[in-house]
Structure formats: structure tokens, C-alpha cells
Design a protein around this ligand. Structure first.
Ligand code: SAH
Length: 346
């Protein structure tokens, strides 16, 4: 029988499970509180739960679904990159970043990724498996306990394509924002997608308060498809149409991410056409110098060109920022650490 994954359950589901186990329903609230508020890492720490129930539960999936395997500190900016081990031995990475307003955590949504973006290290070994909601949640809980902090925001921008794991993503969002649990504001959560159109529309219904980021990387269908093969399935025109619908439904501003790759997508003509493409869309553009990845030969655009690119967008009245790159000295960028770990340990 499939083992019970208690950290992925909503409170009402947990109560039903307890009744099935011939336990009292009120234990559900107690357990939910231990898991999501007190964030204990073992059943033994649950003092008001009878020993026999704790024993019964410890025969199920471990409460600690992600276990710290290693952590790398970038002393220059306070970034910490965690490698977590999952119950089946898979490794995922999670990044803790320190900003003026508080701590932000960048979590993974899958083990590996099948989207195949040509500049991204996470996709090199393909998709290994989906992450459960519990494994997304526990990346955050494990870091909060490890550092004794309360994080301010979450970005689902680590390894994986969250919209390729939509149901567990929504479960994760509902659990972490549950007012009886961790109660993180949905406005403090950002989900980043390569552009899976139907789930952009779904998100506007299921969780309209969450921030949406779209990885765009080019204003041209052909060029975009060369760097992001998924554009073959979801053409640019459909993507922009879905974004417009999304902003109409939610009245929320979309962030477009644009990784700047030297001589690939960084001409001023690109900027001009990007400006035209996005005119009239409630949005903001984030320019990111591409992080060089071992297996790829891309180099980042220089800062002068990035600034010129930004000026062109601003002439089109598109708010634009240049993303500060955190944690570079520890390979905190985009799946590189997991790759190196996996290479060295196989
Ligand atoms: N699959 C989702 C989320 C994970 S990638 C998505 O595509 O949005 C998170 C962001 O990092 C994306 O904008 C992605 O394009 C960007 N990214 C990936 N590899 C990068 C690299 N080497 N340099 C700069 N940005 C990168």
C-alpha cells in the first residue's frame, strides 16, 4: 500500500485519514499544527499526540521529507544554497536569499526538467520525477528551522517547470497559505513558467493572488523556439494572448523574465520589438544576464548593452529592472549545483 504523505494533506483530508485509522478527528488539528506551525521534524516531538499514534504515523512516509545534505554559503551577499536529499535518494536544490525586506526562498518544483531550454542547467539530465506538495513545502520548513527564521517570500523558480506539475503546485500554494497553518500571504508567492498556456489561465482562477512570472527571452517566435523548444507547442502569439487574459481576470501585473545572452537575443532591435510586443500588457520586465553553464557556450550580455536595452523598453513605457545576480560564487544559479553534485557522486 502507498505510504501516507501526511505533509501533503489538507486539514480535512487529514481528519478523514485519522478516522480511517480509528483515531479521533480532533487529532487532525493537533497534527496540522505540529506540522505547519511548529514545523517539528519528527513525530517524537509531538508531545500531545499519544505514543501509539506517533508510532503508527512513523511507519508512514517520514515527516522530514527533505533532508539537508549540504549547504553552501556565499559570504558576499548572504545567499545560502541547500542541497536536499529526498526519500528515494534524489537530490534537489533550494536557495535562500537575503533582501532588505526579508528572506526569500527559491524552491524546486520537479527533480530535473523536460522543457529543454538551451541555456538552463536544470534540464540537462531531463525530468526525473515530480515533487509532491510536501517536498515543495518542506524545502521552506527545513530552511526556516535550520536558520531559525521566518521567510518573507517564496519564488517557484528553482529546478523544474511548475506548470508541468500543476496539481501539486496548487496543493502547495493552498497548504502554505492556509490560515490554520503557515499562513504565508499568496501575494508573497511567485510562480515562474516557460509558458504553458492553459495553466496560465487556470492559475488566474485557482490562485489569482499569486504573482506570475513568464520566461520570455525573445520577442520573436523563431528565435524563442531556438532557445526554448516549448515555444513549438505554445507559440508566442498564444502566450501573449493568455497573458492579456490573465491580467484582465486578475488585474495583476505579470513579470516577464528575459535572460540576456550575448549575440543571441540582446540586440537593440530585439528591445524595440519586445517593447512593441508588450505594449498594452500590464507588466514589468526583468533583465537577467545569462549565467554561464558548463555544458553550454552562451556568454552573458555586458552591462552597458543591458542598460541600453532597458532604455529602449522604458521608451515604450515598460517598467524594467536589471536583476542582481545572487550567489554566483556558489553556483547558486539555475540547477548547476545539483548537476555538479550528481556528476561527482555517480
Ligand atoms: N521552468 C520555469 C522556472 C524555472 S527557471 C521557467 O521557465 O520560468 C527560472 C528562471 O531562470 C527562468 O526565467 C529561466 O529562464 C531562468 N534561467 C534558467 N537558466 C538560466 C541561466 N543559465 N541564466 C539565467 N537565467 C536562467
Amino acid at each position: 500500500m502507498e505510504k501516507l504523505d501526511i505533509k501533503s494533506l489538507y486539514l480535512d483530508e487529514l481528519e478523514i485519514k485519522l478516522l480511517e485509522l480509528k483515531e479521533a478527528k480532533f487529532r487532525g488539528k493537533q497534527l496540522f499544527d505540529w506540522i505547519h506551525n511548529k514545523k517539528v521534524r519528527s513525530y517524537d516531538a509531538m508531545k500531545n499526540i499519544p505514543k501509539d499514534l506517533r508510532t503508527k504515523l512513523s511507519e508512514q512516509k517520514p515527516l522530514m521529507v527533505v533532508e539537508k545534505a549540504n549547504a553552501f554559503h556565499d559570504d558576499r551577499d548572504g545567499t545560502i544554497k541547500y542541497l536536499f536529499k529526498l526519500h528515494d535518494g534524489e537530490i534537489i536544490e533550494t536557495v535562500l536569499m537575503k533582501y532588505k525586506y526579508g528572506y526569500s526562498v527559491c524552491i524546486s518544483s520537479q527533480v530535473g526538467c523536460k522543457m529543454g531550454c538551451t541555456f538552463c542547467a536544470s534540464t540537462i539530465g531531463g525530468l526525473k520525477r515530480q515533487l509532491m506538495a510536501s517536498e515543495m513545502l518542506d524545502q521552506i520548513y527545513a530552511i526556516e528551522v535550520d536558520q531559525d527564521i521566518s521567510i518573507h517570500s517564496v519564488v517557484v523558480m528553482g529546478t523544474g517547470e511548475p506548470f508541468d506539475n500543476y496539481d501539486q503546485l496548487i496543493r502547495f500554494i493552498r497548504l502554505i497559505s492556509d490560515e490554520k497553518g503557515r499562513h504565508l500571504s499568496r501575494r508573497s508567492i511567485t510562480v515562474s513558467t516557460c509558458g504553458i498556456v492553459e495553466n496560465i489561465i487556470k492559475l488566474s482562477i485557482d490562485a489569482p493572488q499569486v504573482n506570475l512570472a513568464i520566461s520570455l527571452h525573445s520577442p520573436y517566435q523563431d528565435e524563442r523556439k531556438r532557445v526554448m523548444p516549448i515555444a513549438g507547442k505554445y507559440p508566442l502569439e498564444q502566450l501573449i494572448e493568455a497573458c492579456k487574459k490573465y491580467t484582465e481576470t486578475t488585474n495583476r501585473r505579470i513579470t516577464f523574465e528575459y535572460s540576456m545572452i550575448h549575440s543571441v537575443n540582446d540586440s537593440l532591435q530585439n528591445a524595440e520589438d519586445l517593447g512593441k510586443l508588450l505594449s498594452g500588457v500590464l507588466c514589468h520586465v526583468n533583465l537577467i544576464p545569462v549565467n554561464p553553464v558548463d555544458e553550454r557556450d552562451y556568454t552573458p550580455t555586458g552591462l552597458d548593452r543591458i542598460k541600453a536595452f532597458k532604455n529602449v523598453l522604458e521608451k515604450h513605457h515598460i517598467p524594467t529592472t536589471i536583476r542582481r545576480s545572487l550567489g554566483q560564487s556558489i553556483d547558486a544559479a539555475c540547477g548547476q549545483l545539483r548537476n555538479r553534485y550528481t556528476k561527482n557522486n555517480n
